[in-house]
Design a protein around this ligand. Structure first.
Ligand code: FE
Length: 186
């Protein structure tokens, strides 16, 4: 497959999966295999969609299903950059393609109560992580490397940049509604 064809091939295969009515469990099994294959080759993502910003981490939309059943986004962290504590409200998969990331997970002790840190794990290149209201939806993701950018490819079960979701103050669990949008490639 040519470099430029890898993303196209992934989109076609993923579209077939959702056309078959795959539920979250099947997407996490079969869709993760497709994502693993996509991130195994770091030769297809255009440079402008892998470019860090000194201001904040970037999220570039690579593809959105015409019926918003899934979208594909590249996330780019410069050294030291991190997301806020946030949720997704839909299923999501994170595949690290370049560098490494740290994922800290959180959960509510009780409804309306404080958020509790559940631990953190490091995702090296090639690793896949899963989020959803079913498997755990609240996390904070950072670049694990202090000397270069990290890039991951994310797939979500919606047009995630338009979804109304939340960022959290970790100590109190106070939620603020946010809509992430997408970064504009220059
Ligand atoms: Fe996230």
């Amino acid at each position: 497959m040519t470099d430029g064809g890898r993303l196209q091939g992934f989109i076609e295969s993923f579209t077939r999966l959702v056309d078959q009515g795959a539920d979250e469990k099947r997407i996490f099994a079969d869709g993760a295999k497709l994502l693993s294959e996509l991130i195994a080759h770091d030769d297809w993502l255009p440079e402008k969609l892998a470019r860090p910003s000194p201001e904040r981490y970037q999220q570039y939309l690579l593809h959105c299903d015409p019926r918003q059943r899934f979208c594909v986004v590249s996330f780019v962290w410069a050294p030291g950059q991190t997301t806020p504590v946030h949720d997704h409200t839909v299923w999501g998969m994170v595949g690290v393609m370049r560098g490494a990331e740290t994922c800290e997970e959180f959960a509510f002790e009780r409804p309306g109560g404080p958020l509790r840190a559940k631990g953190s794990h490091r995702l090296p290149a090639g690793a896949i992580d899963f989020v959803s209201p079913r498997v755990g939806d609240i996390h904070k993701v950072s670049n694990a490397l202090s000397d270069r950018p990290s890039v991951s490819i994310h797939v979500y079960g919606a047009d995630i940049g338009t979804v109304s979701r939340h960022v959290y103050e970790p100590g109190t669990g106070v939620a603020k509604v946010f809509v992430s949008g997408y970064s504009a490639p220059e």
